[in-house]
Ligand binder design. Structure first.
Ligand SMILES: *Cc1c(COP(=O)(O)O)cnc(C)c1O
Length: 349
């Protein structure tokens, strides 16, 4: 059985007879129902889509497989991206798989440990620049203008084509689109991709409903909410620490066309949602991923009409990517002597 998004959604993707149909098994991620949290939040149904179950642990794989396949089809030898971490992990893996040398440009010292470990393991050339993501992206764009290296950031339209397949999966599974889709917004490609996916399925007659797109930026990196680029974005959620999103206009269009909203969630709200999701539901996403649920909790608190609504929150990446933030959360750890008595004492209290 062939797997992966190129095979499953070939009819909706820019696949030609010359496109290499490789896969690392991306897509087909779980949609987990959480009725207790739905009751707590006051919505009708609540699901979390676990994009951390993709091969490199984030949704980036859906778009990367398409971007890298098309680069290979067009005869590229090398690929390059700027990244807060997950794009580089994904580019490095798919570059290795398709035989294209990956080059990744990351902000020095500002990339979660697990993501850097992935780029190292997959054998990417890692260029750590003394600047932030926005500066790295600017450099990479200019470099690809004068060097024969394929750009695989989400400015590459094939990335969004691949990423829209997550919307297809949600509709295929629920047999309808949700009323509300909550997701984090960083460079803003994903919110644009989901909206494109929902619209395409709607046009194809596979869904009657179009969801309201609810995007959440981190308060210290909220250019779309504030209406101006942020020169020095700051947030614990490193995957959305972006001050000048590449897909800004597309995100605003998704918001306005869908009757949705783009709001800001504070780091405290993000970390609270991060812990709550792990401790109440066993879902461990990375901090940026928790912005979806943090946003939903904020909507509930602000009295946004949720009653009877079917809500899907996207958990964009696995929590294992960022062990440092996880270990900064107070845990319930007891160290004892290796004796039955000492362990028995540790069981109580
Ligand atoms: C890339 C990423 C985001 C942000 O997605 P954009 O398309 O840049 O808005 C959010 N969460 C995780 C885990 C990511 O890797």
């Amino acid at each position: 059985m062939p797997h992966g998004v190129l095979h499953r959604f070939e009819a909706f993707l820019p696949v030609t007879p010359a496109t290499p149909m490789l896969s690392l098994g991306e897509g087909d991620t779980p949609l987990v129902s959480c009725p207790r949290l739905a009751a707590e939040v006051g919505c009708g149904e609540l699901y979390f889509k676990l994009e951390g179950c993709n091969p490199t642990g984030s949704f980036k794989d859906r778009g990367m497989v398409v971007a890298v396949a098309k680069a290979a089809e067009q005869g590229a030898r090398r690929i390059i991206c700027a990244s807060t971490g997950n794009t580089s992990a994904s580019a490095a893996a798919y570059g290795a798989r398709f035989g294209l040398a990956p080059l990744v440009v990351v902000p020095k010292g500002n990339i979660a440990l697990g993501k850097l470990a992935q780029a190292v393991m997959y054998g990417a050339r890692i260029i750590a620049v003394d600047g932030n993501f926005d500066e790295a992206l600017d450099i990479v764009k200019r470099v690809t203008e004068t060097h024969p290296i394929a750009l695989v950031n989400s400015l590459n339209p094939h990335r969004l084509e691949g990423q829209k397949t997550a919307a297809f999966e949600i509709v295929d599974e629920l047999r309808e689109a949700p009323d509300l889709l909550c997701l984090p917004v960083g460079n803003a490609g994903n919110i644009a991709a989901y909206w494109k996916g929902f619209r395409e399925y709607h046009q194809a007659g596979r869904a009657k409903v179009l969801p309201r797109m609810m995007g959440f930026e981190a308060a210290g990196a909220a250019p779309i909410v504030q209406g101006a680029p942020v020169a020095h974005p700051q947030t614990v959620a490193s995957a959305i620490r972006i001050g000048n999103p590449a897909s800004w206009r597309l995100a605003v269009a998704a918001r306005d066309e869908s009757g949705g909203d783009i709001r800001a969630v504070t780091d405290d709200e993000i970390l609270n949602a991060y812990r709550k999701l792990a401790r109440q539901e066993g879902i461990f996403g990375e901090p940026a991923s928790a912005a979806s649920f943090a946003g939903l909790l904020q909507l509930a608190r602000d009295g946004y009409p949720l009653a009877g609504q079917r809500v899907v929150c996207i958990v964009t990446g696995t929590g294992l990517k960022d062990p440092d933030t996880a270990m900064s959360v107070p845990g319930d750890l007891v160290e004892t002597a290796a004796t039955i008595e000492a362990v028995e004492r540790a069981l109580i209290g």
